[in-house]
Design a protein around this ligand. Sequence first.
Ligand SMILES: O=C(CO)[C@H](O)[C@H](O)COP(=O)(O)O
Length: 223
Amino acid sequence: MTTFRIAPSILSADFARLGEEVRNVVAAGADIIHFDVMDNHYVPNLTIGPLVCHAIRPHVQVPIDVHLMVKPVDRIIPDFAKAGANIITFHPEASEHIDRTLQLIRDSGCKAGLVFNPGTPMHYLDYVMDKIDMILIMSVNPGFGGQSFIAEALKKITIARRMIDESGRDILLEVDGGIKVDNIRAAAEAGADTFVAGSAIFSQPDYKEVIDAMRAELAKVGR
Ligand SMILES: O=C(CO)[C@H](O)[C@H](O)COP(=O)(O)O
């Protein structure tokens, strides 16, 4: 059976209480902390950097999954590795040399992945599958939490699942954007195994109730 992982996006957490927020969401059952880095250049928003990753690292034992929405990419990678990131993903169109950036992440001791926006073709994976540990399919255009799920992403998840299965490698397939209790099952049935959810979790008073409801939906998936 597939191991499904819930990765709350701290983009929707209360930044004034971030340490407490990440402790609470892990206690509520989060498997991964998803950490959104936006630069007001590659995407039209500005969030958090390595200092904040370093600050939350002692508060959680689970992996920190850093999603870089920045351009250029390479300069900031060693800083995130030193700050305690476990997984670092980036957008292929934001890197001049995708293979080099993937290798840089791995040489820094982290798992590496590529992120695909709704309009980004999947062919960027063609010659680098051997250096990929995660594929992240965006089901919204990047930049903001609280957007609606773009159903077309399900087709991409199916394609990515097929590529992963054909590679025979152990690659996480993550989906990010508009994930809620009522659509997580469809994303899992299309092939995703790791689910980023920001507003769905952090907008509710009881994080465990939401995560448990998501897991109950995932338990219905037949793979
Ligand atoms: O990367 C992101 C936006 O660029 C966020 O992780 C994502 O949108 C999660 O937020 P929500 O679950 O509220 O859609």
